[in-house]
Design a protein around this ligand. Structure first.
Ligand code: HEC
Length: 167
């Protein structure tokens, strides 16, 4: 029943406690029906106990959440590339011509992870890879491969101006 449709139940830090509590709720439900059918009255407290356990499960599923990825924070040495007057335009170029392959989850058919672990899908990583972007797509035509995403000569010139102006 706890199939992989419910990642908050099975793929968080305290999943083992969650599994135990769900088992316990099952016991409580059984106890309610056993008592009722044995003619010993209806132990409504089991409803309240189940509800409380369920609230604890909801709380546990978001407790111990992983920290946001460190790469969203920018290193001081990269800040000058991000602070360049050309940065906004370069970022748009890189997002439009490179990030379909160079992303955490690439959108390009056949590419399953960012090639050579070069991720170019956010400001911090674009600034951190300034030199590689300059060499691969500004100074040379190595990227995009075969110019599949049709980067324009003006966009390459912009990458050169950005890197050489800010280094
Ligand atoms: C169609 C998918 C695709 C696109 C679009 C693409 N790349 Fe790549 N990139 C690759 C692949 C594949 C490799 C690995 C090449 C290899 O193994 O030599 C790579 C490698 C790289 C590397 C590492 C090079 C090395 O040898 O260390 C850099 C830097 C890079 N790309 C930058 C860019 C930039 C900048 C753009 C956009 C202007 C871009 N790429 C667009 C697929 C792509």
């Amino acid at each position: 029943m706890l199939s992989n449709h419910y990642p908050l139940a099975f793929a968080t830090t305290y999943n083992w406690i969650i599994a135990a509590l769900i088992f316990l709720i099952g016991v409580l439900i059984r106890l309610y029906f056993n008592s009722m059918h044995a003619g010993k009255g209806k132990p409504y407290w089991t409803w309240a106990a189940s509800a409380i356990l369920f609230i604890v499960i909801i709380w546990l599923s978001s407790a111990g959440r992983p920290m946001p990825a460190a790469e969203t924070a920018m290193a001081p040495t990269d800040a000058k590339f991000a602070g360049s007057e050309h940065f906004a335009a370069v970022r748009d170029t890189v997002l439009g011509r490179c990030s379909m392959c160079h992303a955490a989850e690439p959108a390009w058919e056949g590419i399953r992870r960012a090639p050579k672990d070069v991720r170019l899908d956010n400001d911090a990583s674009i600034a951190a890879h300034a030199r590689e972007i300059y060499l691969q797509a500004g100074r040379s035509h190595a990227m995009p491969p075969g110019n599949v995403t049709q980067i324009a000569p003006e966009e390459r010139a912009l990458i050169v101006a950005w890197f050489e102006g800010a280094r």
